[in-house]
Write a protein that binds this ligand. Structure first.
Ligand code: C5P
Length: 238
């Protein structure tokens, strides 16, 4: 790698605050952010639109390969800061954020053909460095040699409460007990699937946000990334 800007991997379970933290870390560092969960959500949405069941491995894999081959998922800058996600040219930024599509994403992401189809796309975004990739398997599978890896987690109660507030904020009418059950189910599926299961990379720094504010989490991660960047810069000039 010629760039001294690190590739930053932020993995962890649902509701650990990853999306907000990753966005703020990327902003603070001036890095590009790739929300890889949005890719799986897009596949879930496309599968539903095409009438495929999320567990139909062959049909959903083929669909994902087709979308990847035609560059069907694109992120476009928007005035609001958060990039818009275009699926075959159509803005699906809001449509992918429902609880139903989160469930679908969790199902389609367990299909090896889907993961394969999205792998190269994720790696190509990261190639130049100066990027934050947020997901479940970035530090373990997508970028095992990323220069800065974090595993962000929090207690199940805190994660369910955060997810609940997020859904309320979007105008949905969630029930806390249901949200907690969904978070547990997604955790179980994400950690127990045979391909790219959710787990902490051995060289990832564990950040437990149960008793930390977003600001504290962001500043810890940013400080560590800057230290890595300084180290890479000094190695380059040696
Ligand atoms: O992070 P987000 O909630 O948007 O992710 C939706 C689902 O996509 C997760 O529950 C997980 O199953 C899957 N996912 C994944 N690998 C990633 C990112 C997300 O399997 N790198």
């Amino acid at each position: 790698m010629t760039s001294v800007e690190p590739r930053v991997a932020i993995d962890g379970p649902a509701g650990a605050g990853k999306s907000t933290v990753s966005r703020k870390v990327a902003e603070a560092l001036g890095y590009l952010l790739l929300d890889t969960g949005a890719l799986y959500r897009s596949i879930a949405l496309a599968a539903r639109a095409a009438g495929h069941a999320w567990v139909d491995q062959d049909a959903v894999s083929e669909l994902a390969r087709g979308i990847a081959a035609r560059d069907g998922i694109r992120f476009e800058p928007s005035a609001s800061g958060a990039p818009r996600l275009l699926l075959d040219g159509k803005d699906v930024s809001t449509a992918i954020r429902t609880q139903e599509i989160a469930e679908g994403a969790s199902q389609v992401s367990a299909i090896p053909g889907v993961r394969d189809a999205l792998l190269e796309l994720q790696r190509s975004v990261a190639r130049a460095g100066g990027v934050v990739l947020e997901g479940r398997d970035i530090g373990t599978v997508v970028l095992p040699d990323a220069e800065a890896k974090f595993y962000l987690t929090a207690s199940i109660g805190v994660r369910a409460e955060r997810r609940f507030q997020e859904l309320l904020g979007r105008g949905e009418q969630p029930v806390l007990a249901d949200v907690e059950r969904d978070v547990r189910q997604r955790d179980a599926r994400d950690t127990m699937r045979p391909v790219a299961p959710l787990r902490q990379a051995t060289d990832a720094i564990l950040v437990d946000s149960t008793n930390m504010s977003i600001v504290e989490v962001v500043s810890e991660i940013v400080a560590r990334v800057r230290a890595v960047r300084d180290m890479l810069a000094s190695e380059k000039t040696r």
